[in-house]
Design a protein around this ligand. Structure first.
Ligand SMILES: *Cc1c(COP(=O)(O)O)cnc(C)c1O
Length: 420
């Protein structure tokens, strides 16, 4: 089994400790599990950071993350080698626009992108959306770049399916465009006009919309309008990093700080070289641009390359097996709580990783799912799982070694405490 980082004696010991502690108190269990694998950044600090947990020093509670790559929880945990590459990046000065172009070239080679495509490291997928669209609107016209979000002289509409509107509308609207909502192909054809700048697709909403990812592309080619795919959280599978470029999407956005485990404040805009260049012109470090507030540092650019290299080399099958093993072990423990049952699922897109659903018979256990999630969050250790009307839902890809045992133990305790 190949884990994310090289197993070290310390992580082995802490995994063993977690194993042995299964019958101990949750507090001790947490202490064992929260140490996690050794990292280069475990450098001894004096003053702030001396305890090894900078968050606790600030009075925060760190959580066991059974919900996945949520930006609000900090996304993912960066790979140790990414930290090391970022530390190297911080040792020298260089031209950021030149670095961006060189990084894009390296990324295109690593991902074997089709001819004419490159990558641009942004401060996140949301920034990739805003600067990608800004570039489509302005091209390399300096006056237009300065003028945004005043669209005088530019196109001004973006077409989007109603079911694809989500929390990231703002990154499109910030350029000044109006979102034109459609539902059917006929709506789309009616909506297209000389003001149409782009057709936007939210990859995770593929099933929800009437027009699917391949047809959206086909229609955009037919209408000669650039099309964008927001695939921020849509790795795994790793192939998505090149699939949509190979299909012909003009621009695609990914988060660097989700499953790729790159810098939290990094993202990738993959796309046509001309459009990527225009996006960069609308982005930091260029001043008096819309994207100047989305600064991406030399450390993030370098870290993103390293993260992609590691992500590509990873044994994805072994990783998936490990994610299943963790959920299986939690599911097995649930038999110790009468009235509790479990089921498994894997979403088609976005967080395409194994999920465990935990249900219980309200005649045996009187506890609302939301209240269960709340109690897990408020407990010690603090555990974050999602809930819906029928129970709790979790995934295991952001868990640290041994945390699955802590979760199982805590769930059994919780259900026993509320059993009739
Ligand atoms: C996370 C996410 C984003 C934003 O990504 P950042 O890298 O945090 O900027 C955009 N769209 C979708 C669908 C996402 O899941």
């Amino acid at each position: 089994m190949k884990l994310n980082s090289k197993p070290t004696r310390r992580s082995f010991v802490s995994a063993l400790a977690a194993l042995g502690a299964a019958i101990l108190s949750p507090r001790k269990l947490f202490a064992a599990a929260s140490r996690g694998p050794a990292r280069p950044a475990d450098a001894k600090l004096s003053g702030f950071g001396a305890s090894g947990n900078v968050y606790e020093e600030l009075g925060l509670t760190t959580v066991i993350n059974g919900q996945g790559t949520m930006t609000v929880l900090g996304g993912s945990l960066m790979r140790p080698e990414v930290e090391a590459a970022m530390a190297l990046a911080s040792q020298h000065f260089c031209s950021i626009p030149e670095l961006e172009v060189a990084a894009g070239k390296r990324i295109a080679e690593m991902l074997k992108l089709p001819p004419g495509y490159t990558g641009l490291v942004t401060s996140g997928a949301a920034a990739a959306m805003q600067s990608g669209l800004a570039g489509i609107l302005t091209g390399d016209n300096e006056q237009f770049i300065q003028q945004l979000p005043d669209l005088t002289g530019m196109k001004s509409e973006v077409i989007i399916q109603k079911s694809h509107r989500n929390g990231f509308d703002h990154q499109l609207r910030s350029t000044g465009v109006k979102l034109i909502e459609i539902e059917t192909v006929a709506d789309l054809r009616r909506a297209v006009n000389p003001k149409t700048a782009m057709m936007h697709f939210s990859n995770f909403a593929n099933a929800a919309g009437q027009i699917k990812v391949d047809e959206w592309l086909k229609l955009s080619k037919e209408c000669k309008i650039p099309c964008f795919n927001d695939a921020a959280a849509d790795t795994p599978p790793v192939s998505h990093l090149w699939d949509y470029a190979n299909m012909g999407y003009d621009l695609i956005a990914f988060s660097g700080g989700k499953a790729i485990r790159g810098p939290q404040c990094a993202g990738l805009l993959i796309g046509r070289k001309d459009l990527a260049a225009y996006a960069l012109l609308n982005n930091s470090p260029h001043e008096d641009t819309l994207g100047r507030s989305q600064k991406v540092g030399k450390e993030e650019i370098i870290g993103m390359i390293k993260a992609l290299e590691s992500y590509l080399k990873e044994d994805h099958d072994a990783l998936t097996k490990e994610w299943w093993r963790r959920l299986d072990s939690i599911s097995a423990e649930m038999s110790r709580a009468p009235g509790v049952s479990t089921s498994f699922s894997v979403p088609d897109v976005a967080n395409h990783v194994p999920h465990l659903e935990i249900h219980w018979d309200p005649r045996h256990i009187s506890l609302e799912p939301r209240e269960a999630a709340h109690q897990l969050r408020a407990g010690k250790p603090s555990i974050v799982l999602a809930s819906n009307e029928s129970g709790l839902i979790m995934n295991s890809f952001m868990l640290q070694p041994g945390e699955e045992k802590v979760i199982a133990e805590r769930l059994v305790q919780l259900f026993r405490a509320h059993s009739a």
